[in-house]
Design a protein around this ligand. Structure first.
Ligand code: SF4
Length: 234
C-alpha cells in the first residue's frame, strides 16, 4: 500500500512546547489545584463548545494562558488524536502540536497516509497551557474532561489514538504505565482506542520510535476493521 515509516525525527533536541521529561515521568499526583468548580457536562454545537472553552475558568490553568486551545482539524474526522496540553507555541498560536512535536506528529500521520485536517482531528486532554509545560494535574484533567467528551460526541470518530500517559489517563481512567496500555485496542463508548507515545517523548527517546510505529500500524488495522464492519461509534 506504499506505506512506510516516513516519519523521521527532524530534531533531536527537546520539543518546543512539548512535555518535558518531568512531565512525562511525574505521573498524576495531585497538587494544590482543584479548588475551582468543575464544569458540568459540556453541551451544544462546535461554536458553543468554542465559546465555553474560550471563557472557561474552571481550573487554575486559565490564569496564565494566552488563549485556550480547543483543537484543530476536520470536524467530520474518522481519526482523533489526543495529546496532553498546549505548550508555549500552541498557547501563542491557538493550535495543538505546532512545535517540533507537531512536526513529528505530522510525519507520523503521513506514515499511515493521514494528513492533519483531512479526516484527522487533533486535541489535547487539557485546553490551556500548564505553566512551565508541566504535566497537568489530575484535577485539571478532570475539570477539562467534559470538553474533551463533548468533542468526541460531536466528532464521532472511528478511532482514537492517545498520545502519552496523560491522554490515556484522562480518557481511559487508567493510571498505569503507558507501556502496559500499548499493543491492544481499548474501548471508549464503543470507539476503539489505541495508546502510544507522545511525539515530544519520542523526540527525546529515539529507540521508542519503532514501538510508536507498531502502534500506528495497529491503529490503522483496527480502523480498517471498524470500517469493514460498518461500526458506528457512539
Ligand atoms: Fe477550563 Fe480546561 Fe482551561 Fe482548565 S484547562 S481552564 S478546565 S478549558
Amino acid at each position: 500500500m506504499g506505506i512506510a515509516p516516513l516519519w523521521r525525527l527532524r530534531s533531536t533536541g527537546a520539543a518546543e512546547g512539548g512535555p518535558s521529561p518531568s512531565r512525562l515521568d511525574s505521573g498524576l499526583a495531585s497538587g494544590t489545584v482543584g479548588q475551582a468548580p468543575v464544569p458540568g457536562t459540556a453541551a451544544g454545537d462546535w461554536d458553543e463548545l468554542d465559546r465555553q472553552v474560550a471563557a472557561c475558568q474552571a481550573c487554575v490553568l486559565c490564569r496564565q494562558r494566552k488563549q485556550a486551545v480547543l483543537g484543530v482539524g476536520d470536524r467530520e474526522a474518522d481519526w482523533l488524536f489526543i495529546g496532553e496540553g498546549p505548550g508555549a507555541e500552541e498557547d501563542a498560536q491557538g493550535e495543538p502540536f505546532v512545535g517540533q512535536a507537531g512536526k513529528l506528529l505530522d510525519a507520523m500521520l503521513a506514515g499511515i497516509d493521514l494528513r492533519r485536517g483531512e479526516g484527522v482531528y487533533i486535541a489535547n486532554a487539557v485546553k490551556c497551557r500548564p505553566p512551565g509545560n508541566r504535566t497537568p494535574e489530575a484535577e485539571e484533567m478532570n475539570a477539562c474532561r467534559p470538553f474533551l467528551e463533548r468533542q468526541i460526541e460531536l466528532l464521532r470518530p472511528r478511532i482514537i489514538v492517545l498520545l502519552g500517559r496523560s491522554a490515556a489517563c484522562t480518557l481511559l481512567g487508567a493510571d498505569r504505565a503507558l507501556a502496559s496500555l500499548r499493543g491492544r485496542s481499548h474501548d471508549y463508548r464503543g470507539i476503539p482506542v489505541i495508546v502510544t507515545y507522545h511525539p515530544a517523548y519520542l523526540l527525546r527517546n529515539l529507540p521508542e520510535k519503532a514501538k510508536a510505529w507498531e502502534d500506528l500500524l495497529l491503529a490503522r488495522r483496527v480502523a480498517r476493521e471498524a470500517a469493514a464492519e460498518g461500526q458506528l461509534p457512539l
